[in-house]
Write a protein that binds this ligand. Structure first.
Ligand code: P6P
Length: 406
C-alpha cells in the first residue's frame, strides 16, 4: 500500500474506458492539491498571524475566520483552472461561482470546517462533494445527495489525511510532507457494524426533544445483561468526530434543538458528503427519520439534523425516534437507483428523443459506448449507472406515465 499515491489509486479505481472517469479523477486531484496548500497554512497559523476572524460575516451570518477565507480562495483558484469543473459553491459564498457551465462536474465544499477550533490547535478539516452537471447553470447545485458522484474530506490533525469516496469505495490517504503527496494509508474502509463510542454535545441536553434525551439516557445507562457502557468522545469539529466514527464505529449525533430547529449542520456541504461516505462504507446517515441522501434540498445553505455511524447504533437511535421498530432501509451500498439494461437504456434515450451522440454527451460517454450498451455488448459501469439515473431523474416527470419496460 505504501507507494500508491492518490493519482495512481484514482487511475486504477476509475480505470474503465469512460471519458468521465479521467475528468472525475482530475477534479478530485485538484481538490487534493488545494488541501495540500491549506494544510501548509493550518500547520503555522500562530506564526503567519492567520488565526482570528476577518471583519466580515458570511451568508450564515457567522464571522468569517481568516483561514476560512484563505481556504475558500485556494479551492476557487485551483478549480477555476480545471476544465472539468463547471462551478463551485461553498459555505463562504452567497451564490455559486460558475466557471464553465458546459463542464461535467460541480464542486460543493465547506472549505474549512470547525474553524472555531483554529486558535486552540484542535483538528479542523475541508469537506467536499462532487455532483454531475446535468442541467447546467446555477440551479444544478440544488441536488439531493443521490446525485453526488463522489465526496471526501481532508482532516488537518496529527497527520494530514485525505479521505475519498469514489466508485462506491472509501479510502484514506496520508500526506507525506517531504514528497508533498498523498499516499494510500487505508483502502476500502468499512464502518464496524456496532461501536463503543457515542459523540454528541451533551451541553445541548436541556434544549433537545424528549426522544433525543431518552436516547442519550439509554445510551449512558444501557439495560440488559450484555449491555456495555459506551465512551463519550466529542471534539466539536465535525471532520474529526466523523473520521473517528468512520474508523472506530459508534455514532455521531447532531440533532435539531430549540436553538436550531432544522439542525445546525449544512445539508449540501457537510451532511451529504458524509452521508455518501458512510453509506458507501456500510454505515448509516440519517436525519431524525430518513436517509440524508434522500433529502430534497430547497436552498443551498439549508441545515439538517445529522446522525452518522454504525448501522446498528443508528438503527438504535431511530428506534428512539419512532414508536415502532423502524429500521434504516437496508441499503448496504449506494446502488444506482434503476436497473439499466440495453432495453431500458434505449427506452430512456428514445424518451429523451436524443441521438446516440447527444445522449452520450448527456451521460458522459461516447456514441460508440451508447451503441455497445444498446447492443448488449458491454454493460454500464457504476459511474455510468449514476449518470443514467441522473438523466432519468432530470426528466422523470415526463416519463412517469409511461414507465420504461425492462
Ligand atoms: P457545537 C463547527 O463549528 C461545526 O460546524 C462542526 O464542525 C461541529 O460538528 C459543530 O459545529 C459543533 O457544534 O454546537 O457542538 O459547538
Amino acid at each position: 500500500m505504501r507507494n500508491i499515491n492518490l493519482e495512481s489509486y484514482l487511475k486504477s479505481e476509475l480505470k474503465d474506458n469512460n471519458e468521465e472517469n479521467d475528468e472525475l479523477a482530475s477534479v478530485i486531484k485538484s481538490i487534493a492539491d488545494a488541501t495540500k496548500l491549506i494544510a501548509m497554512d493550518t500547520r503555522v497559523t500562530g506564526l503567519k498571524q492567520i488565526r482570528g476572524s476577518l471583519d466580515k460575516t458570511n451568508v450564515q451570518g457567522e464571522q468569517v475566520q481568516i483561514l476560512d477565507q484563505i481556504s475558500n480562495d485556494k479551492l476557487v483558484d485551483i478549480l477555476a483552472k480545471n476544465s472539468s469543473c463547471a462551478g463551485y459553491a461553498s459555505e463562504e459564498l452567497k451564490d455559486p461561482k460558475i466557471f464553465n457551465s458546459s463542464a461535467r462536474f460541480m464542486v460543493v465544499a465547506d472549505p474549512l470546517d470547525g474553524s472555531s477550533n483554529i486558535s486552540v490547535n484542535m483538528p479542523i478539516g475541508t469537506i467536499f462533494g462532487i455532483i454531475r452537471n446535468t442541467d447546467y447553470g446555477k440551479s444544478s447545485f440544488i441536488k439531493s445527495g443521490r446525485y453526488y458522484i463522489s465526496a471526501g474530506y481532508s482532516l488537518y490533525g496529527p497527520s494530514d489525511i485525505f479521505v475519498i469516496c469514489a466508485n462506491n469505495k472509501v479510502a484514506e490517504f496520508t500526506l507525506d510532507p517531504q514528497k508533498n503527496d498523498y499516499f494510500l494509508s487505508r483502502s476500502e474502509i468499512k464502518v464496524p457494524n456496532k461501536g463503543s463510542i457515542y459523540s454528541v454535545n451533551e451541553g445541548n441536553f436541556s434544549i433537545w426533544d424528549n426522544k433525543i434525551k431518552k436516547w442519550l439516557l439509554n445510551t449512558k445507562n444501557p439495560s440488559g445483561t450484555s449491555a456495555k457502557n459506551k465512551k463519550l468522545r466529542y471534539v466539536g469539529s465535525l471532520v474529526a468526530d466523523a473520521h473517528r466514527t468512520l474508523i472506530n464505529g459508534g455514532i455521531f449525533v447532531y440533532p435539531s434543538d430549540k436553538n436550531n430547529q432544522n439542525g445546525k449542520l449544512r445539508l449540501m456541504y457537510e451532511a451529504n458528503p458524509f452521508a455518501l461516505i458512510f453509506t458507501s462504507a456500510g454505515g448509516s446517515a440519517v436525519d431524525l427519520e430518513k436517509e440524508i441522501l434522500d433529502i430534497e434540498p430547497e436552498n443551498f445553505h439549508q441545515r439538517t439534523p445529522l446522525i452518522i455511524g454504525s448501522k446498528s447504533d443508528v438503527n438504535n437511535f431511530l428506534e428512539h425516534m419512532t414508536t415502532g421498530k423502524k429500521k434504516v432501509k437496508e441499503n448496504t451500498e449506494i446502488t444506482p437507483i434503476f436497473k439499466w439494461t440495453s432495453n431500458s437504456i434505449t427506452n430512456l434515450r428514445k424518451s429523451l428523443n436524443l441521438s446516440r451522440t447527444n445522449f452520450g454527451k448527456k451521460v458522459g460517454v461516447s456514441r460508440a459506448t451508447v451503441l455497445r450498451w444498446e447492443k448488449d455488448i458491454v454493460l454500464p459501469n457504476y459511474i455510468n449507472k449514476k449518470a443514467l439515473d441522473n438523466a432519468f431523474l432530470s426528466v422523470k416527470n415526463d416519463l412517469i406515465d409511461n414507465p420504461m419496460e425492462d
